[in-house]
Ligand binder design. Structure first.
Ligand code: ATP
Ligand code: ATP
Length: 154
């Protein structure tokens, strides 16, 4: 019955860490912040078809924001005037940051609900330099990943 399903879902989620359900960085379709938005880029974005696309600067593990596939819909690509960064700064989509691979999926689910996030960036901290440890992206997790885990039948 329904109640049992919900309980099972919560239990499934509590036992799962983010590292078990995240999409690894190597598999994430992203865009570089300084890239000019032209027809080729828009075609590429639609080719992948993901709704949310992380934006990185320099290195892929340096994610600085997010763009949505819909952001490109009304854009004039002919002018060659816009960079990915311009779009990112215009829409300022919110997303989860500072999620770590050892976080409980259940806690992240509650965070997503509270903040209305659909995507979070999973980071690892580089502890080699003692002050100001830098967060490096190692993957992403979306609401879809969490819900999929929740409704999975054992
Ligand atoms: P929506 O269903 O809201 O249109 P979507 O289909 O783009 O979104 P999700 O449903 O959130 O994506 O996630 C589906 C799977 O794709 C998840 O495993 C998620 O981690 C992964 N995913 C989401 N965005 C990306 C991306 N930019 N690059 C690679 N994988 C992604
Ligand atoms: P949806 O498909 O549900 O509209 P989305 O993530 O695909 O959401 P947007 O609607 O552009 O794209 O929202 C981007 C982000 O902005 C969301 O993930 C959410 O965290 C945040 N957001 C959306 N609406 C609000 C709001 N009214 N107040 C605060 N944050 C919001």
């Amino acid at each position: 019955d329904r109640e049992k399903l919900i309980m099972t879902g919560v239990l499934n989620l509590k036992g799962k860490k983010i590292r078990d359900i995240m999409t690894n960085l190597i598999d994430v379709f992203m865009l570089e912040a300084n890239r000019i938005v032209d027809d080729e880029l828009v075609l590429n974005v639609h080719g992948y078809g993901y709704s949310r696309i992380p934006v990185y600067e320099g290195r892929r593990d340096n994610i600085i924001g997010l763009v949505n596939i819909r952001d490109f819909a009304l854009l004039d690509t002919e002018s060659g005037k816009f960079t990915v960064r311009n779009i990112m700064n215009f829409y300022k989509h919110r997303y989860g940051t500072a999620i770590t691979p050892d976080d409980s999926s259940y806690d992240v689910f509650n965070l997503f609900k509270k903040e209305q996030y659909h995507l979070g960036v999973v980071v690892e901290y580089d502890n080699t330099s003692e002050k100001d440890p830098k967060a490096k992206a190692i993957g992403i997790v979306t609401l879809e990943d969490i819900i999929e885990e929740m409704i999975q039948e054992e």
